[in-house]
Design a protein around this ligand. Sequence first.
Ligand code: HEM
Length: 376
Amino acid sequence: MTNDESEREKKNQRPLDKKQKIEDGTITSTATTIDGAAYKKSLYAARDDVDKLLIEKACGPIMVRLAWHDSGTYDIGLKDEAWPNAGGANASIRFKDENSHGANAGLINAIKLLETIKEQHPLVSYADLYQMASARAIEYTGGGPNLEIRYGRQDAPTSFGAEGNLPDGEARSNTNKFGGTSGSTSTEDTTAGGHLRKVFYRMGLNDEEIVALSGAHTLGRAYKDRSGQGQERTTVTDGTTIQKFANGTTASFHTGGSSWTENFFIFDNSYYTEVAHAVTEGDTKSSEELLKLSSDKAIFKDDHFRPYAMIFRNDLTAFYDSYKKAHKKLSELGAKFVVHDTDDAPLVLEGKNAFGQRRGSAVIKKSINMANELEK
Ligand code: HEM
């Protein structure tokens, strides 16, 4: 270790790429140093701008998908290889090689939106920015639980090579199977549940975490011109139904696609109620206007997933508790934390006053009532 390096370590500083540009998958960087306190200040400022962006562009849901697809390449079987070869939350998705993977269709829009924030706050790593935008879509505009995620991630200098580590919602028409063999580990399976396990176990996640994370589909939509799933538009997404953020203000969103829930900017457990309608025999409440992929139905059909899905459908607080833990874990998969708070503590931001009401007792009561009705 040189004198400079040892000095930096004492001061809790680290080398950081000051300016990184997306240029056809190449990265230009200028090394500089920064301490934890300065980095944290930048994070707070970036968070304010992210919050504004989420409202102005009504782009929360795609941010959640972006962060998840960045994390979701992670292969725990590769964890002993040199970083960042195992994949994970390292912003490798910003490179064209990776964001052009079929599963990532459309995510370039989210990457471009966040580039404007990166320009304003160059110290903040892309990897942190992606996870921040996702967390704020849930806890701020979505009115969900505070996720208390950790910051200080380093950006990967290259894309994650293997395509095929993310899950399929439906079986492939050429093989009649879910997933394929092209990823870092095969995820191919004849059942949706088996495929989900192959994907999420590869990341080191378990059944409860699979079911909790699937609940993120309470937000957002699927599009014909991206994943090919759902409908061009529905009565929920065609602009005739007003969509609101958690504080009750109207979301000015681009129309189209199929949502899983009626209020697709609000983070609650309505996803489980809607999917339950679709898989419960004789239930006439299932809405054709709302999407249910085979992977969504699997969380109620699979014997090991169902107990969790039932709990989350019946109990918003239980869902929030479980979701929060699973999301935090997902956001840290394969991440290299190189900036720390004082005393080397993990860098976590103070909570901010909720943008809207927390989804309180009224919503819990409503979901329990709906669940009770279903049991009849
Ligand atoms: C369990 C396996 C999963 C499958 C098969 C799956 C599949 C999909 C598909 C097909 C879409 C539509 C994409 C489009 O057409 O633009 C989508 C959207 C979305 N996914 Fe998932 N997903 C899964 C898990 C997750 C997880 C774990 C999260 C987050 C924790 C998540 C968050 C989202 C969000 C928020 C959207 C909406 C994006 C938007 O509105 O632009 N998904 N997912």
